[in-house]
Design a protein around this ligand. Structure first.
Ligand code: ATP
Length: 235
């Protein structure tokens, strides 16, 4: 039986006076791949920000390895083994592909991921390693963003809408890399607006609606109607 790497209980988050999350109960086991789906504004990105310390959460609402997590700085988060592939990728535009990848290793932990390992996962990045990262196609830039996160050797990889704006064949290529990543025992949480993609790549899913979990369970265990209801709140 696997153990939970990370868990939240009644997690709330706010932006000033506006509450964005209303009591999120979530867990992810070591080596598990989980999807978080939901419409625009449902609170998915805010939840990732809460995990990575970018928005404040109440003491005790978040536990890692069963212990309350009170770390605050981005460096703390990375050392604790959590890496985020941010929405929009946010690569360093003046750096080459390889320099971008190496940036991921600075604050990281020892572990199996190295440049050589990444180049096996995404061979195109080795071919393009000396060119500016922003000269790559959108899909290749996404590979750099994932690779940069992997270089910190995380225990939990958080991916925020990595398929946004990419062609279906490129989305498939990127998501096809996930099993090789999770095979190392890494937990992976993907925020995804495309429900079919989310169901295909994950074992379990959470649907968020207006800052709450509206559905949770095995990814292949829901009808289209159940998902629509949970996603949009309509019958
Ligand atoms: P999307 O798919 O559009 O990224 P999301 O599910 O990730 O949506 P969030 O971005 O987490 O949703 O937004 C949740 C709620 O918090 C929304 O009502 C949004 O308007 C609000 N919100 C998000 N960021 C901020 C911010 N920086 N300041 C104030 N309110 C915010």
């Amino acid at each position: 039986m696997s153990t939970n790497f990370l868990q939240t209980a009644g997690l709330t988050a706010r932006y000033g006076d506006a509450q964005a999350l209303f009591g999120i109960d979530f867990h992810i086991a070591t080596g598990e791949t989980v999807a978080i789906i939901g419409a625009n504004g449902a609170g998915k990105s805010t939840f990732l920000k809460a995990i990575t310390g970018l928005v404040k959460v109440a003491p005790g609402a978040l536990t890692i390895d069963g212990k309350p997590w009170g770390g605050r700085s981005p460096g703390d988060i990375v050392r604790q083994g959590i890496a985020l592939v941010p929405e929009g990728r946010r690569l360093f535009p003046s750096l080459t592909v390889e320099e971008n990848l190496k940036m991921g290793a600075y604050a990281g932990r020892p572990g199996p991921w190295s440049l050589a390992r990444l180049y096996t996962l995404f061979p195109i990045l080795e071919e393009k390693r000396k060119v500016p990262a922003t000269s790559l196609s959108g899909g290749q830039q996404q590979m750099v963003a994932i690779g940069r996160a992997l270089m910190s050797n995380p225990r939990l990889l958080l991916c925020d809408e990595i398929s946004l704006g990419l062609a279906p064949i490129v989305i498939k290529e990127i998501y096809d890399a996930l099993p090789a990543i999770a095979a190392e025992g890494m937990s992976v949480a993907v925020v995804e607006q495309d429900v079919m993609v989310a169901q295909r790549v994950s074992r379990r899913l959470y649907c968020f609606q207006e800052g709450r979990v509206s559905l949770e369970g095995a990814s292949d265990g829901f009808s289209r109607e159940q998902i629509s209801q949970a996603y949009f709140g309509i019958q």
